[in-house]
Structures are given as C-alpha cells and as structure tokens.
Design a protein around this ligand. Structure first.
Ligand code: NAD
Length: 239
C-alpha cells in the first residue's frame, strides 16, 4: 500500500500504459481520477473517470477545477496521454506535426500548469511525465513524436526546479519507456517490432505493467529524494 491516502490524477487512463498505472495505483491504496477522451464521465471499475481532451486548455481548466472542488488536494499527477502520427519528414503534414505537439507536449503543460503550482502551495506532490526512448535517441518517421518526448524532458527538469521553490517540495520526474506492447504499436510492422526487441539486452518489448512499476516507484515516498530525473525503462535498449 505505497499510496495509501494519496489522490492521483492519471491522464490517458483508459488504455495501455495509463490503464496499467491506474491498476497499480488502486492496488496500492490510492484514490484515482482518470482523464481520457474515451467514454463519458462516471465511475468506472472503482475509480473516478473524467472525460477530457488534454490538448484543450478550456476543457483542462474545467475538469481540474471540478476535481479540486471535490477533492482536498491532488498528491500525484501522471501525464500519460499521448498519440503518434508517424511519417517521414518529407511526407509529414503540418496537421500531423501539430496534432502530436498539441497532445504530447501542450497537453502536458495544460494539465500541469493547473496542478503543479497548487502542489507547490500545499508543499508536496509528485509529478511523473511519460516521455519515451524516442525522445532520447530519436526514431525514423517520428520527428514530431521525438520532439514532443524530448520536450517533456525539458519541462520535467524545469518544473523540478520551479515547483521546488518556496519549500514547494514537489518532485517532478520523467519515465522514458522503451517499446511497450500497447495499441500504440498496432501500426508498427512486426518486422520492426522484432528489430526493436533485438536492440534490447532482454530481447523483448516491455509490458505496460513494467512501465507502471517504475511510475509507482516515482509516485511513492520510496523515491522521496529523487527529482528532475529521467528513468529509462527500456530493457537496456541500444541503438
Ligand atoms: N507503447 C509504447 O511503445 C510507448 C513507448 C514509449 C512511450 N509511450 C508513451 O506512453 C504513453 C501511453 O501510451 P500507450 O502506449 O499506453 O498508448 P495507448 O494508445 O494505448 O493509450 C493512450 C491513451 O491516451 C488517450 N489519449 C489520447 N489522446 C488524448 C487526449 N487528447 N486527451 C486525453 N487522453 C488522450 C487515449 O484515449 C488512450 O486511452 C504515451 O504518452 C506514449 O507516448 C508509449
């Protein structure tokens, strides 16, 4: 029960890695509020669910203010919502570039600017941003995605400094998963997935639960002296 009496907001809660994070937080005693585009508001499977598009500033303001009206505070924020719109640079449209930036980069800012300063005022909190191996190494056909995931690391380090001011005591870290078996990889050819698996020391892709375990560690007091870090969870990937 690492998260007993903690309230956690998880974006991208309804699928893949976000869903695994919600399960592990619930198992560890947290009260969880999931934010996602799917389904309508309501309680689903024992946790509170709010429909919200993280790329929409107004929607984020509305949903976060409703959460604060109903909960004393938010102790943990996980920015996990993310999308891909892959194409080689010569073929990538402006729309593909902008869509990925709107969700993966601005979406993280839209939510965190509303939660981080409040955590700081309350003198405590843990924020975990989901980056990617692609934000560290780059990847063919993913210039938009790589830019956002590298950008998330810049935001993480900045917020680790900003939200620590005035005894803020807010820890901000990133997790950079390797290729993980979720719907996000559905469009990636099997041949490429096999190559990615072969680039790891463990010879396989990650399970969502293995990413969630790293997020749980950073969310909990087990990591009480860790902030501004990027935790690579990639099976020892080498490019
Ligand atoms: N799967 C991988 O290989 C991998 C690797 C590294 C990093 N990541 C990152 O992990 C995170 C989760 O990815 P996943 O593999 O679980 O993907 P996924 O597609 O399985 O799940 C993403 C979830 O985010 C939600 N979402 C998308 N756009 C949203 C928006 N605008 N507002 C609110 N919710 C939105 C979706 O509805 C979905 O439930 C993403 O940030 C992704 O970039 C994934």
């Amino acid at each position: 029960m690492l998260l007993k009496e903690k309230t956690a907001v998880v974006t991208g809660s309804e699928n893949g890695i976000g869903k695994a994070i919600v399960s592990s937080f619930l198992e560890n005693g947290a009260e969880v509020i999931g934010l996602d585009l799917q389904a309508e508001d309501g309680r689903v499977l024992g946790y509170e669910y709010r429909r919200a598009d993280v790329s929409d500033m107004g929607a984020c303001e509305d949903v976060i203010s409703r959460i604060y009206a109903e909960h004393e505070k938010i102790d943990i924020l996980v920015n996990c919502a993310g999308i891909t719109r892959d194409a080689m640079t010569r073929k990538m449209t402006e729309e593909q570039f902008d869509e990925v930036v709107a969700v993966n980069l601005k979406g993280v800012w839209n939510v965190t600017r509303l939660v981080g300063p409040k955590m700081q005022a309350e003198h405590g909190g843990s924020i975990i941003n989901i980056s990617s191996v692609v934000g560290i190494y780059g990847n063919i056909g993913q210039v938009n995605y790589a830019a956002t995931k590298a950008g998330v690391i810049g935001m993480t380090k900045t917020w680790a400094k900003e939200f620590a001011l005035k005894d803020g005591n807010v820890r901000v870290n990133a997790v950079a998963p390797g290729y993980t078996l979720t719907d996000m990889l559905k469009t990636v050819p099997q041949e490429l997935l096999d190559r990615f698996a072969g680039q790891t020391m463990l010879g396989r892709l990650a399970k969502p639960e293995e990413i969630a375990a790293a997020v749980l560690f950073l969310a909990s007091d087990m990591s009480s002296y860790i902030t501004g870090e990027v935790l690579n969870v990639n099976g020892g990937m080498r490019l």
